[in-house]
Design a protein around this ligand. Sequence first.
Ligand SMILES: [Fe+2]
Length: 257
Amino acid sequence: MRYALISDIHANLPALEAVLAHIDGRPDVDATYHLGDLVGYAPWPDEVVSLLRERAIPGVAGNYDSTTATDYKHCGCKYEDARQEELSHLSYEWTRAHVSADTKRFLGSLPFRIDVRPLGGHVAGPRLILLHGNPVLNTVYWTEDRSDKFCLQMAESVSGKAGDLIAFGHTHKPWQREVEGIHFVNTGSVGRPKDGDPRAGYAVVTLADGSTAVEFARVAYDVERAMEGVRASELPDDFAEYLRTGGKLPESAGQEA
Ligand SMILES: [Fe+2]
């Protein structure tokens, strides 16, 4: 079975449309899942949720989804200075004020984790475990520089075994690693990449009996349209510049979640 995994769309409709078209062009993909953070930072939260529902794409809740759904005090995002904190707050307040009641209910209904058995539940594995941030809490960043020990601790919390693949997003930077036969894949971000490449990112993982493959895809999309959408809204223009540069700004412009 081959799965397309799309994470951290962050209300960026042009990026989501481009990624779905790209996946449609790959008939070898059997199923698509999202890994959360559907809203925040861009002006199309309802449209992104509608498109995912229309396409019946299942997935898990990101921190932005669950905090928006529950009117939490902040979005669960990390920030490193006062300006980032201010931008993070502006995005969260805008999103909470603009999502429909229906979108909010949908965001609140998303599960924390999804376990998939590519070979069927009548056999023990391998498993594809889908998360947003990590298996314990969606506000902890599982970055590439985390130790093997940290990865194994995370795997232990979901009873991960050799051959399993644990997929997540949240940091907006794609990476993968194998530790003691367990595969760890950060899919990167569809709608707000942070690795300096403005193209939308997602991952394709293949799990077969005894073999696993991971590919990262990058898709050029209409960034100008996304930037115009940000500028035409009351969201800070900083977020448009962030999209253009893939998160590599001379000065910080809001941290992710
Ligand atoms: Fe995110």
